[in-house]
Design a protein around this ligand. Structure first.
Ligand SMILES: Cc1cc2nc3c(=O)[nH]c(=O)nc-3n(C[C@H](O)[C@H](O)[C@H](O)COP(=O)(O)O)c2cc1C
Length: 166
């Protein structure tokens, strides 16, 4: 509960690289997500080339923080791995959330940048990362050591809870 309730979007990072082993742990968390029929239709593209990171804001309007991030991870769905059509979005979303939570538990800051279903962002990342046609980027997650602190956000809202019907 602590990891879940203290996760916030972190958009400022200190100038410090994130080790490969930590990235590996985040990926392990992401790939342990549930998926429809256990199809695991995901791929993860690690971006630590500064020239690539710096190009993201040219096609993604809400991604300025990536200019400071040492690394980002693109979470992509592979349509050729889908057994249950259309479920890849939920599968990859679950993987993305696991990744964010694992990062928080490890003292790293992240923010979920929405890509799918915005056509210009999908095509921008496709070109930047050379993604094949059957692979669709769902989200891009900058990762870094936080340079801002945010209190937990209490969003529990009784009005949104319904028992046995609306
Ligand atoms: C599907 C999705 C897309 C998002 N896209 C962006 C984005 O493009 N840029 C950004 O700065 N934050 C983005 N966010 C982060 C939200 O703004 C953030 O989660 C929300 O304001 C709640 O704040 P918190 O994450 O600190 O709890 C996105 C979050 C989700 C789940």
């Amino acid at each position: 509960m602590e990891t879940i309730l203290t996760r916030r979007s972190i958009r400022k990072y200190i100038n410090k690289p994130v080790s490969e082993s930590l990235i590996g742990e985040l990926l392990k968390a992401a790939m342990s997500a549930p998926s429809s029929g256990n199809q695991q239709p995901w791929h993860f593209v690690i971006i630590n080339d500064r020239r690539l990171l710096d190009k993201v804001p040219t096609f993604h309007p809400y991604s300025q923080m990536i200019l400071q991030a040492p690394v980002a991870i693109a979470i992509c769905g592979d349509l050729s791995l889908e057994k249950n059509k259309g479920m890849w979005v939920q599968d990859c979303s679950a993987a993305t959330q696991n990744l964010l939570l694992a990062a928080n538990a490890k003292g790293l800051g992240t923010v979920w940048l929405g890509v799918y279903p915005r056509e210009e962002r999908i095509e921008g990342l496709r070109k930047l990362l050379n993604l094949p046609d059957h692979v669709i980027p769902l989200a891009l997650v900058p990762v870094g050591y936080p340079d801002e602190q945010k209190p937990p956000a209490d969003r529990f809202n009784e009005d949104r809870v319904h028992y046995n019907g609306w």
